[in-house]
Design a protein around this ligand. Sequence first.
Ligand code: UD2
Length: 318
Amino acid sequence: MAKYLVTGVAGFIGRSIAAELLRRGEAVRGIDNFLTGKRENLTGLEAMEFIEGNLADPAVCAAICDGVEIVFHEAALASVPRSVADPVATNLNCVDATLNLLVAARSAGARRVVYAGSSSVYGDSPTLPKREQMLPNPISPYAVAKLAGEQYLRSFSRVYGLETVTLRYFNVFGPFQDPTSQYSGVLAIFCRKMLAGEQPTIYGDGEQTRDFTYIDNVVSANLLAAGAPAGKVAGQAMNVATGSRITLNETFRILCELTGYRGEPVYAPPRNGDIRDSLADIGLAGELLGYKPHVDFREGLRRTVEWYQSCRDGGEKL
Ligand code: UD2
């Protein structure tokens, strides 16, 4: 019987958490509906029990929670512009799905739910770095949905005693991130395009900043969150990031070095719902989880480019 459940397991964060659990010899169940997750991402996870299904269906949630102790809830319709284009779909796949999962986890007697929160909940307030005690100020429907999920977790902790932990991820990137959608993360898109010799587009002046976080740091935060004492973490939300920021222009220049791309980016108008600057204070996750980012931005980007390059070398169409 699986002890761990990973939702969104065909997405790049879910698959990375599942891979680490399996590496540690744990019994894992995973679910995905392939709305944005990729079947190819399940390669290497054959030891996992996999269920194809949708968290919007309460019966599916009940089935997948049966017997599990810890849930890593990574499933979401991630993307600010996607939510601007279709806020109802974002709400269904982020808010309804999360509530159904929490109800099922509680009924099944699961002990803890660790949730993929988002830095977007801080919105565009000028104060940096972002600290957890700041008032959330979501701008995009995506940010609203992520915050609603977080609030449901807190409520389930307070009202029902389910141990819930929100990890507010800051712009996660790394191997297995889908680079092919218009809604993909910027680093995945840039890696794909620049390795193919195609010109990337920068929305705005490129001076916006992000606290880009390499996937291995996020996986380690999740495992720490699963094991931390309930007295410390239940009902809490904390930033998971590197605690440093970089502009998109500077990122483009580093990617030129790493990919050998010789061209210039094309500049386009800023995206609706976009945030200008993002930087985390990671002190709380350090204090509550013992979290430290082990892979810095440059090294993470180097590994990421290497991975996309190896996909190209292997003949994968990116
Ligand atoms: C938000 C969250 C992030 C995560 C993510 C999920 C913030 C600060 N971050 O990421 O934590 O939840 O949503 O999707 O809210 N861009 C380009 N060219 C491109 C693509 C993007 O210039 O081809 C720009 C984009 O306008 C933005 C930046 O790159 O300024 C990052 O965009 P993104 O979509 O990778 O992530 P973001 O910051 O919306």
